[in-house]
Design a protein around this ligand. Structure first.
Ligand SMILES: Cc1cc2nc3c(=O)[nH]c(=O)nc-3n(C[C@H](O)[C@H](O)[C@H](O)COP(=O)(O)OP(=O)(O)OC[C@H]3O[C@@H](n4cnc5c(N)ncnc54)[C@H](O)[C@@H]3O)c2cc1C
Length: 379
């Protein structure tokens, strides 16, 4: 592997970091007040909402590794991890499947609006009885002439309360298992689609999440994404993108928090010397650094394989597992080193932990990642 970045990649990373730090900086008064549409549009303006989408469709046309690197800049520069998470969910689980599974008309209708920030996309697969086991879906799509009729409910839809288009997975043939799922693009004003009350949650507070309900929701057959029965491969591929590139944002978060915590450990004095001079503190920081770099290397390798079109399921799961668990530990360590200040909301440190906790749940839980790794080991 070549570990050097090209000058174009370095320049793009620096620009993305500066943009995230300056233009996406939160108004502290607005924290926790829901989805920031104005910042979303700025994300579109920079290109964050279409990083790997070809320029002809409104994106930046980046490869996987460069996409991950720019997501890293977003996570490092923007202290609102909720916004970075919404960007990742939109881009990797809705926009990418449209690029990879859509026909020309679907690409022309959706990609420019989704890349520019005019529209928000969402992915709806999880159901009350089908979380980790996505093949237990109950939502049905029944073909009637030139239409499909969708019935069912989806439990956790990131961006749901603000989304303009939903990528909905439904069973079209219950006897076909993996090949019995199909994907549909359902626009927000479609009769029969209802967005439920947003959930209050522990972290990622600016990234809204809600259930959606589909009741005799009719969509034209042209709303199906890809051939009938191709929903599962599309979803699997979108999770590969999400597990790799969305989690790059958490690498950036860990880098920011480590820098901040090292600064704090150098400046904070107790017993007449900087607390960082105590090995108990400096070793904790060294371990934070080691976890950050291990996750980063696993991530780059996974993206490098994806760019070569090689099988990367296990490498992607290894990266997702290590980064998500490291992000939680990073939050705990940062709080411990900041002492009482780390527990105070105003410091922004406790938020790192709250924003990291769900990362071992979404995009497939840690247990599911370990299952994927184990099955690749032949178990
Ligand atoms: C912040 C957030 C955002 C989300 N956004 C979206 C979204 O945009 N769209 C969407 O469709 N979904 C979304 N989800 C849902 C997410 O994908 C699910 O929460 C996840 O797949 C787990 O499903 P579950 O919550 O039903 O848990 P369950 O599957 O019920 O699992 C509960 C526990 O059992 C464990 N478990 C389950 N099966 C096994 C097994 N075979 N072996 C060992 N352990 C097992 C799990 O790992 C977990 O610890 C989001 C979730 C969160 C927290």
């Amino acid at each position: 592997m070549d570990f050097s970045w090209t000058s174009e990649q370095e320049e793009l990373y620096d620009r993305a970091l500066t943009f995230a730090r300056t233009r996406l900086a939160e108004d502290p008064k607005r924290q926790d007040e829901g989805f920031p549409r104005d910042l979303w549009r700025l994300c579109g303006e920079f290109g964050f909402l279409g990083l790997p989408i070809p320029e002809q469709h409104g994106g930046l046309g980046l490869d996987t590794l460069t996409t991950a690197r720019v997501m890293e800049a977003l996570g490092r520069g923007c202290s609102d991890t909720g916004l970075a998470f919404s960007v990742g969910a939109h881009l990797f689980a809705c926009v990418m499947p449209i690029l990879e599974g859509g026909d020309d008309a679907q690409k022309a209708r959706y990609l420019p609006k989704l890349c520019s920030g005019e529209w928000v996309g969402a992915n709806a697969i999880s159901e009350p009885e089908a979380g980790s086991d996505v093949f237990a879906l109950k939502t049905r799509a029944v073909r009637e002439g030139d239409e499909y009729v969708l019935d069912g409910g989806k439990s956790y839809v990131t961006n749901g309360p603000t989304a303009d288009v939903f990528l909905v997975y439904a069973v079209t043939n219950p006897s076909h298992g993996f090949m019995g799922l199909s994907a549909f693009l359902v626009e927000k004003d479609t009769p029969g689609l209802q967005v439920g009350r947003p959930f209050e949650k522990m972290g990622l507070s600016t990234s809204p999440i809600a259930p959606i309900y589909l009741e005799a929701c009719r969509v034209p057959a042209s709303a199906r994404l890809g051939p009938e029965g191709q929903g599962a491969p599309l979803f699997k591929r979108s999770m590969q993108w999400e597990r790799a590139c969305l989690f790059a944002a958490y690498v950036g978060v860990m880098e920011r928090v480590l820098e901040q915590t090292v600064d704090f450990a150098r400046g904070r004095k107790q017993f007449k010397r900087a607390i960082g001079k105590n090995q108990a503190i400096s070793h904790r920081l060294a371990d934070m650094k080691q976890r950050l770099e291990s996750g980063r290397l696993l991530l780059y390798r996974a993206c490098w394989l994806m760019d070569r079109g090689q099988e990367a399921a296990m490498e992607v799961s290894l990266a997702k597992l290590v980064i998500s668990e490291a992000a939680i530990q990073c939050g705990l360590d940062a709080i411990q080193i900041h002492g009482g200040m780390g527990y105070v909301v105003e410091s922004g440190i406790e938020r790192v932990l709250r924003d990291a906790i769900p990362s071992t749940l979404f995009s497939g839980t840690s247990e599911i990642q370990r299952d994927i790794i184990a099955s690749n080991l032949g178990l």
